[in-house]
Design a protein around this ligand. Structure first.
Ligand SMILES: C[S@@+](CC[C@H](N)C(=O)[O-])C[C@H]1O[C@@H](n2cnc3c(N)ncnc32)[C@H](O)[C@@H]1O
Length: 439
């Protein structure tokens, strides 16, 4: 196989600056990088993710060094370079100062030639005054915690004992966790298969395998044949929770917000179910189809807004409903470090409204005696416990009952595993799970 030399840092910085500018304008990092040259994508994604984790500090530093913001592309390059010159917790730096300043100036030559002198001067001053500048911004909330102020405040209100830890955890590297396909293998057998391929891994849950050194999925043995999928440990709780709640072989199950299909596939790997998988996004629904094909599984897929039941439901009640609702994604910031900068404070009210509408619309589609599993990958209470408390207030009189089997909020912190689902210290993503019975 031909090996390609790594792209020069200046080109990666140029691409990173484009992506940072896109995020600041409201686009996701993935969308921004997907539209650029493929050979720069992995390197630029790694750099841009690193920049997202230090963006609050970099912004405060830039304001101290250059109070008048330069044009957006120049600002994005400057912020990227500054973010990469902030020492990590252990004091290390990803690049030497000289290399980074030199490469940032080269990137500026391509992006905005008139700005090279400015970039050079600001970065050199930063190198000279780094300790004093860092000390000056250390106590500013956004710079100190690298999250927007409203987010910091929300986490502090929701989790007064853990808020600092939770904010810090968002900047950790996410573990790569796999789900062994129970129709073809077991977690223990797959670990052996990985070891035979020179990779170290361990079993961390009923079907979960923690791969110690992340790698592209194409390098996983048996991936193309459907032996394994990538799925976080906390996300792997959905299917066992539903099946543990008494959903039997042959049951009609609705997966109302299914794409990209991780939980749909897990359900079908564990039981012979008649699954209807809905998603409002046609492009994302295609990914469900591709995933099921790779895993040799089948479901009925429909592109529809789950709230508009008249448009997709034939009136036959489901034995179980899985509602993995759209949310802020505040529980998976490790994996999507741009999320914190993309969300706005008032998004939360809009998301909570959509979640309540989905719950209310889907409740009548559930058979008496059935269960609804409500899931979000959020740590915000308004999308979790408060949402379910309000639902029970609206529907409790008609019999809706909370089942204690679901864990509620799962925080992405060590030792936060109330029902000992995981068998090792791998930290799962932040999730909320509530199981509601309809007598
Ligand atoms: C958290 S993701 C689901 C993840 C998925 N269950 C899995 O495990 O791979 C939420 C999904 O809800 C979809 N969605 C958002 N609003 C919807 C609606 N009103 N009706 C149906 N799907 C919706 C989004 O397109 C997105 O794919």
């Amino acid at each position: 196989m031909a090996t390609h030399p790594a792209p020069p840092l200046a080109r990666l910085l140029e691409r990173t600056a484009d992506a940072v500018a896109a995020v600041r304008a409201g686009r996701s990092l993935t969308a921004a990088l997907d539209s650029g040259p493929a050979e720069l994508r992995p390197g630029a994604l790694a750099l841009a993710s690193d920049v997202m984790r230090q963006l609050g500090t970099a912004q405060a530093l830039r304001e101290a060094l250059a109070p008048r913001a330069p044009p957006a592309p120049v600002d994005a390059l400057l912020l990227s370079a500054l973010a990469l010159m902030v020492p990590r917790d252990d004091g290390s730096l990803p690049y030497g100062d000289h290399t980074l300043v030199d490469q940032a100036v080269q990137a500026a030559r391509q992006l905005a030639p008139a700005s090279t002198g400015f970039i050079n001067a600001v970065l050199r001053r930063f190198v000279r005054e780094r300790a004093a500048l860092l000390e000056a911004v250390r106590h500013q909330g956004v710079a100190a915690f690298n999250h927007p102020l409203w987010w910091i405040e929300r986490v502090r209100q929701d989790w007064p004992a853990q808020w600092r830890e939770l904010l810090a955890a968002n900047n950790a590297a996410p573990p790569m966790v796999l789900r062994a396909n129970a129709r073809r293998t077991t977690a223990a057998a797959y670990v052996k298969q990985l070891e035979a391929n020179g990779r170290t891994a361990q079993v961390v849950g009923p079907h979960a395998v923690w791969l110690h050194a992340p790698c592209p999925v194409t390098q996983l043995p048996g991936f193309a044949e459907g032996e394994v999928s990538v799925q976080d440990l906390s996300a792997q709780r959905a299917a066992p929770l539903l099946l543990g709640a008494g959903v039997r072989s042959g049951a009609r199950v609705l997966d109302a917000c299914a794409a990209p299909g991780g939980k749909t596939a897990h359900l079908l790997e564990l039981a012979d179910l008649d699954v209807t998988a809905l998603d409002v996004d046609a492009g994302r629904l295609q990914r469900v189809q591709q995933g099921l094909q790779r895993l040799h599984l089948r479901a009925q897929l429909h592109c529809a807004d789950a709230r508009l039941t008249a448009s997709w439901w034939d009136g036959r009640a489901f034995d179980a409903v899985l509602l993995d609702a759209p949310c802020s994604a505040s529980g998976i910031v490790r994996r999507h470090p741009d999320v914190r900068w993309l969300r706005r404070a008032d998004d939360l009210a809009a998301l909570a409204r959509t979640q309540a509408e989905l719950l209310d619309a889907l409740w009548p589609t559930l058979v008496h005696g059935g269960v609804l599993l409500y899931v979000t990958c959020s740590i915000f209470r308004v999308e979790g416990q408060q949402q379910i408390d309000a639902f029970l207030q609206r529907h409790g009189a008609q019999g809706a009952q909370l089942d204690a089997a679901a864990p509620g909020h799962l925080l992405p912190l060590p030792d936060n595993d109330p029902d000992r689902f995981a068998t090792t210290p791998v930290v799962g993503d932040g999730f909320f799970y509530a199981l509601i019975r309809k007598p």
